[in-house]
Write a protein that binds this ligand. Structure first.
Ligand code: PRE
Length: 434
């Protein structure tokens, strides 16, 4: 099928194939018509069972130092050899769990502090990390698995979504969302899978902002059913709990249940991380909202299952890559865009009309503050006044492929109204039954 690119600005980078896995999602049965296959999908996803290879060794979040070394070497500095032994022995000491080599988790701190150099005392290169990549290498690990970054600890829903999106992949935990974006940009991993919205909790605003800040493409989506459990240390009863820890989204999704329980809610970086913390600290007054699998990993009991406020609780995850997915025709597609508008009466109405005129269905609209330019002076000529208006970025998902003429025409039309327009990706819709 022909690739569609309506203008160089809308599709800024050329279509480059760098990984044999780029179409792995598209090749999966989308919206399988067989009832038994559909039921099997559903059950497998609800169990959230990663491939056997992934359960054998639990990934652990490693230190920021390994990433600094990666980043520094990736930028073309190759003179680490003289320090290799020191670095290696230090890293062994810092990861002395006695286990086998584990996937590195990427910390935001590591990425933000930037590359050091041989003089940088923080540099460490864990011995098990594969060789740094050059731009003409693909970052496929030694066993040929695709490496997929996600935010959180092992047992997080994001990890399960990563396995769901890329069956057989190696899921790489990251401390923050930003770290997952950067891990892809730095070629430490091939893809990232990140939550963008939840049917109960709404949008994950942080990831909208990061989509704009980074230059990755959306190459697919996964709608993942989230079935929350209340977890606690063995022997602890519901009545013993004074507080419950979890990711803010998970706390929002179980708001009614936790209010009835009368516990204090404490926000944590991710659901599985809170289960891990309770196990590590031996807290008998605290419970965690997390997956059943997180309970199994960290040795916590399931006190209650399905504690989300509505039985249908679905989180939509985006699959991100360095290269665009080439849009096709013949299967359901979504396209995600972000644009700005000049402050004027009816500006948003006109922008949305470009889709309705062509019978294109919108599935999502989100507005976020334009952080670089949050305010704009607006003259009201009729009343001879001027005020300051908030400036927004509008994110829209619509149901069409960029290979379709109507989508190309809609965006050409939008470009006439919008001072800034970027296509974040055109990708196959997840039409599997939930
Ligand atoms: O903490 C986790 O387990 C996550 O994967 C994060 C996250 C989110 O950010 O929305 C993902 C799915 C659920 O909606 C709850 C939390």
């Amino acid at each position: 099928m022909e690739a569609a690119c309506i203008s160089a600005e809308l599709c800024p980078s050329s279509f480059v194939f760098s990984s044999p896995f780029r179409d792995s999602f598209a090749e999966r049965p989308l919206g399988s018509s067989s009832k038994s296959a559909a039921t099997e999908w559903k059950l497998a996803r609800q169990r959230m069972t990663p491939p056997r290879a992934a359960t054998a060794v639990q990934p652990r979040q490693l230190s920021m130092e390994s990433i600094q070394a990666w980043q520094w070497r990736y930028q073309g500095n190759e003179d680490l050899d003289g320090r290799k032994d020191t670095l290696r022995s230090r890293s062994v000491a810092s990861t002395s769990g006695g286990e086998e080599a584990q996937p590195a988790s990427v910390s935001q701190d590591a990425l933000e502090k930037g590359a050091g150099g041989p003089e940088d005392q923080r540099l460490q290169t864990p011995a098990h990390l594969p060789k740094p990549l050059s731009t003409n290498q693909s970052n496929i690990n030694r066993t040929g698995q695709l490496r997929v970054a996600y935010q959180g600890a092992a047992g997080a829903y994001s990890e399960a979504a990563a396995y769901d999106a890329f069956p057989g992949c190696e899921a790489v935990p990251c401390e923050q969302f930003d770290a997952a974006f950067q891990a892809v940009e730095l070629w430490l991993v091939d893809r990232a899978v990140l939550p963008i919205e939840n049917s109960l909790g709404g949008s994950i605003h942080r990831n909208y902002d990061l989509l704009m800040r980074h230059r990755l493409y959306i190459v697919g989506e996964v709608n993942f059913p989230v079935n929350h459990c209340l977890l606690a240390l063995p022997g602890v009863r519901k009545e013993d709990l004074k507080r419950v820890l979890s990711h803010p989204q998970a706390l929002a999704q179980t708001e009614g249940y936790l209010s009835a329980l009368g516990v204090i809610r404490e926000a944590a970086a991710d659901t599985a991380g809170s289960a891990q913390l309770i196990a590590q600290e031996g807290w008998t007054d605290a419970g965690a909202i997390a997956s059943r699998r997180a309970g199994e990993i960290y040795g916590l009991d399931v006190l209650a299952e399905g504690v989300q406020d509505e039985a249908d609780n679905v989180t939509r995850f985006l699959m991100l890559a360095r290269d665009q997915h080439i849009p096709r025709l013949g299967v359901p597609y979504k396209t995600s865009i972000v644009f700005t508008l000049e402050e004027a009466p009816g500006a948003l109405f006109k922008a949305l009309a470009v889709f309705s005129l062509r019978d294109i269905n919108l599935t999502k609209i989100e507005s976020r503050p334009q952080r670089a330019k949050p305010l704009q002076v607006v003259q009201d000529l009729r009343n001879q006044t001027s005020t300051k208006a908030f400036q927004f970025l509008f994110y829209i998902d619509f149901m069409a492929s960029m290979a379709e003429e109507r989508a190309q025409n809609a965006l050409r039309h939008l470009q006439e109204i919008a001072p800034f327009l970027r296509v974040l990706g055109s990708y196959p819709m997840d039409t599997r039954p939930l």
